[in-house]
Design a protein around this ligand. Structure first.
Ligand code: GDP
Ligand code: ZN
Length: 447
């Protein structure tokens, strides 16, 4: 990684294509000089100057606005220059070249935000939320990313980190007094602190899992025997004829995916081929993909009918823990049964008709709830964060075991040290260059 203070970077920050206005952003130590050359005099801080942008030969490039944000009160923490011109790719490219002539170089994707992170303007989770906000596919996703960008998630992680460090210091202190160590570690106050830490962590893990769903969209795998009405349901929810609906069993052979905005909530629906034993080569491939789909789903939505509902529960066999189950008894129009819904053994049951649309509102409502909609202050998160929190949870579990059995202070302290490290990876207090590279390279250029 380059030192953030040695060179000056520039990029077109607005989206490519035609627009009323386009923005070139520059950050680094050469900014005051570049600004003075472009403006013909030193700019006033945070003031919108009208400027005539010219190339090295004095030829007109464009007229627009020039804004100088001096370090450290800027997005990156360095001197930042924003040039607003007409939103033409050609003009913006000329303006960008002019900045490079004057001492800037082209920025890599995410490099502005990377500098903001390196200069302590944002922590890693907040920086990731910037990218997630830009890429948000739904209103709920955008709102959640904004919360994370403002530090809602990071503050919870930091609070947990402080409690964890306090407990660790306590236990490490005990190790220094070997005669008293055993008694000390048996102290119920220590166990109580560890317990409350584990509770807080479990709560944060649940919130982060919801944050991932808000960010990525809720992944719903629609499963069921051939002809149950899976494709019809996908079409009804998506409002199109994307999936092939035919009365011949086994037509949906591939996995069809549909991204859906359900009242501001992002859904990813996958219509899988019927899960069943089959001799047919192509269909077997479809069945294999359906199994794969269930492994990565948030929700397994079984489409069945009154006659097959019990037998079809086998579709839920080998479902990973944490995948929500929804059973939809379809085709209620055939026996004129009423639409209704309920809960049984942790499974949601709905009676509906993909054909008439009866009962589908209850399904939409259930999916919205599962997607984490409506939670005030919900923040966005990434899978990386959830994995880190799971690692923390496992270390805390082992700490509890150690305290309850061998009472070996060294072991407990080591588990807590590793838990602290995993937690620190979320906000970037512990992070490798590889991790940072992977995160920032997925940004768009100019951010
Ligand atoms: P899939 O194989 O599970 O994808 O099932 P399809 O969506 O292709 O539907 C199979 C057949 O059932 C088609 O003829 C659909 O029109 C019909 N079907 C699907 N849903 C309903 C429903 O709610 N009521 C009735 N009467 N027929 C339905
Ligand atoms: Zn189908």
């Amino acid at each position: 990684m380059n030192s953030p203070t040695t060179d000056t970077i520039a990029a077109v920050a607005s989206a490519p294509g035609m627009a009323g206005v386009g923005v070139v952003r520059v950050s680094g130590p050469a900014v005051p000089a570049i600004a003075a050359t472009l403006l013909g005099r030193a700019p006033t801080s945070r003031h919108a100057h009208f400027a005539v942008f010219r190339n090295g030969n004095g030829e007109l490039i464009d007229r627009g606005l020039l804004l100088h944000f001096p370090a450290p009160a800027s997005y990156t923490g360095e001197h930042v220059l924003e040039l607003q011109g007409h939103g033409s790719a050609v003009l913006l490219d000329l303006l960008l070249r002019r900045c490079c002539e004057l001492g800037a170089r082209l920025a890599r994707p995410g490099e502005f935000t990377e500098r903001a992170f390196l200069n302590g303007k944002l922590d890693l989770a907040q920086a990731e939320a910037v990218a997630d906000l830009i890429a948000a596919r739904s209103q709920a996703g955008a709102r959640a990313a904004l919360q994370s960008m403002e530090g809602v998630f990071s503050r919870k992680v930091d609070a947990l980190l402080q409690s964890l460090i306090a407990l660790r210091v306590h236990i490490e202190a005990a190790i220094d007094f070997p005669e008293e160590e055993i008694d000390f570690l048996a102290d119920p106050a220590i166990t109580a602190r560890l317990d409350s830490l584990r509770h807080e962590l479990a709560e944060l893990l649940r919130e982060a899992q919801r944050g991932v769903r808000l960010n990525d969209g809720l992944k719903v795998a629609i499963v069921g025997r051939p002809n149950a009405g899976k494709s019809s349901l996908l079409n009804a929810l998506a409002g199109s004829d994307r999936a092939i609906v035919t009365p011949v069993a086994g037509t949906t052979r591939d996995v069809l995916r549909e991204h859906l905005d359900l009242d501001g909530i992002a859904l990813e629906l996958a219509d899988t081929a019927g899960l069943r034993d089959t001799d047919d080569e192509v269909e077997r491939e479809g069945v294999r993909r359906a199994h794969g789909e269930l492994q990565r789903a948030d929700v397994a939505l079984l489409v069945t009918d009154a006659e097959h509902a019990d037998a079809d529960q086998r579709f839920f066999a080998n479902l990973p823990a944490g995948v929500e189950r929804v059973v939809m008894i379809n085709k209620i129009d055939l026996d004129q049964a009423p639409a209704r819904s309920g809960q049984r053994n942790g499974t949601r049951w709905l009676w509906a008709s993909a054909k008439t649309g009866a009962g589908l509102d209850a399904l939409r409502k259930a999916l919205r709830l599962l997607a984490g909609a409506g939670g005030e202050g919900s923040f966005s998160a990434r899978r990386r964060h959830v994995l880190a929190l799971e690692t923390v949870r496992d270390h805390l579990t082992r700490t509890a075991t150690v305290l309850a059995t061998t009472r070996a202070g060294e072991l407990a302290a080591e588990e807590l040290r590793q838990a602290q490290q995993a937690l620190g990876e979320i906000t970037g207090s512990y992070s490798s260059d590889d991790l940072l590279g992977a995160i920032f390279s997925s940004f768009c250029i100019g951010k």
